[in-house]
Write a protein that binds this ligand. Structure first.
Ligand code: HGY
Ligand code: MN
Ligand code: MN
Length: 436
């Protein structure tokens, strides 16, 4: 089915002039081609309800990966799907270290067409620009689409596997939202899960990683700035918070005799938000994004409620403090109405700092291209936060219309897309030049 997305007026896609590059000046970036690529990717997993639904290892993800691999081959890249499902295209020397860039092409349910995809097709465009000079490059350039950034099974699965950070138990235990085991979907995708450790690479083989991404927030648009240079990425902890009450007849059980798990959950959530809003700084985020009520019938007092709880903050200590606060709140509210609470951490991604070397390279690229830029934090999680633990890493943000993301109306102006790729290209070139 054709996607219902608009990538915007083509008139904005004029070439932005040749204010570029260092020694490796190559072919120009072609905005039209990038928009075509985004539209093509948008076809694989667009839904009748609007928006994308393309979880990692799904059939629509397979179609998208196959398309991407064929685009990489057409540029002359050598292409491989690593044992964790990361698609990697390589340009330049067959052996030795590489500069990496990329992002992810999986989506959240009801997602847009830019989150992740822009970084991948933008990196692909950079590879096209460099293809003529590939034989002279002093190090390789690799474009990577990382597996399961959005955490349909394990948040940042591919980026973690690339640096040997996935635990076997974690892989065995992971399931999708519908309970399907990760190991089953990987096998069906042609990837034996026991081979995941073979995806690990030596950090010495990766000179730097640079990720272009939409901001997914309102700051750049509000301030009229074209490029964000990311300095740090917040930490993100995902848990299940479960309220255990007693199912009972909804007509015959008076309120004061109920142990209503949903009643307890509502009060606890409401109180937790009050406390977080009063006591935490403006950069802290608390979200209960999914809720299951059991047994799930209109005439049964809920016996169990399972919430997903997501906390984001700039430090691990703050995340722990908020988690403790929410749990205290849930326990005290629940005790009043005869309900108990359990909690289980599902994933815990530490806050990350970007490399000063890559930040400087991006800042210099912004000056070369002639764009307004701003150094800023990222409130969203990214493959970069994982990779930055092992190799020098940086991120380039472009504005998101009305700050919308994880939403079918996610949109970035073609002009900003082009500028972002130009900055990415200049950054990659300067990092390649610095490697010689
Ligand atoms: O949820 C996030 O921050 C990212 O989009 N995966
Ligand atoms: Mn996302
Ligand atoms: Mn993303």
């Amino acid at each position: 089915m054709r996607a219902a997305f608009q990538t915007g007026p083509r008139v904005d896609c004029q070439e932005i002039g040749a204010r570029v590059l260092g020694d490796l000046i190559a072919k120009p970036i072609r905005g039209e081609r990038v928009l075509d690529n985004l539209e093509t990717l948008a076809r694989f997993g667009s839904t009748d309800r609007g928006g994308m639904d393309r979880p990692v290892f799904s059939p629509q993800y397979r179609t998208a990966i196959d398309w991407l691999a064929s685009e990489m081959r057409a540029i002359g890249m050598t292409v491989r799907l690593d044992p964790a499902g990361n698609l990697i295209g390589r340009l330049g020397p067959a052996a030795g270290p590489a500069i990496l860039s990329g992002s992810h092409i999986d989506t959240v349910p009801g997602g847009g067409i830019y989150d992740g995809m822009l970084g991948v097709v933008g990196s692909l465009e950079v590879a096209r620009c460099l293809s003529d000079v590939a034989p002279t490059m002093s190090c390789a350039y690799e474009v990577v689409a990382f597996a399961d950034e959005e955490g349909a099974y394990i948040s940042l699965l591919g980026a973690r596997a690339m640096f040997a950070e996935l635990l076997q138990d974690e892989v065995l235990a992971a399931t999708g939202r519908d309970g399907t085991p990760l190991v089953d979907v990987m096998r069906a995708f042609g990837l034996p899960p026991e081979k995941i450790p073979d995806a690990a690479r030596s950090p010495d083989d990766i000179l730097a990683f640079i990720e272009l991404h939409i901001e997914q927030g309102p700051i750049l648009e509000t301030e009229g700035i074209e490029i964000g240079i990311v300095e740090n990425i917040v930490g993100l902890q995902n848990s299940h918070l479960t309220f255990h009450g007693q199912p009972n007849h909804a007509g015959t059980t008076p309120h004061h005799l109920r142990a209503d798990a949903f009643h307890a959950a509502c009060l606890a959530v409401s109180e937790a938000f009050c406390i977080v809003e009063q006591q935490c700084g403006p950069d802290v985020r608390l979200t209960f994004g999914d809720c299951e009520i059991l047994p799930g019938a209109s005439n049964v007092v809920p016996g169990e409620v399972r919430l997903t709880q997501e906390i984001r903050a700039a430090t691990g200590a703050e995340i722990l403090r908020i988690g403790d606060t929410v749990l205290e709140c849930a326990n005290s509210v629940s005790a009043r109405i005869g309900v108990s609470v359990t909690t289980r951490v599902i994933s815990d991604d530490a806050p990350a700092t970007m490399s000063p070397i890559v930040i400087d390279a991006v800042a210099q690229a912004c000056d070369q291209v002639g764009v307004r830029s701003k150094r800023m934090p990222s409130g969203a999680g990214h493959d970069s936060q994982q990779i930055s633990k092992h190799v020098p890493t940086g991120m380039i943000f472009v504005p998101s219309r009305q700050g919308l993301s994880h939403n079918p109306d996610e949109f970035t102006q073609p002009r900003h897309i082009k500028l972002g790729i130009q900055v990415l290209c200049n950054t990659v070139v300067s990092l390649i030049n610095a490697s010689s």
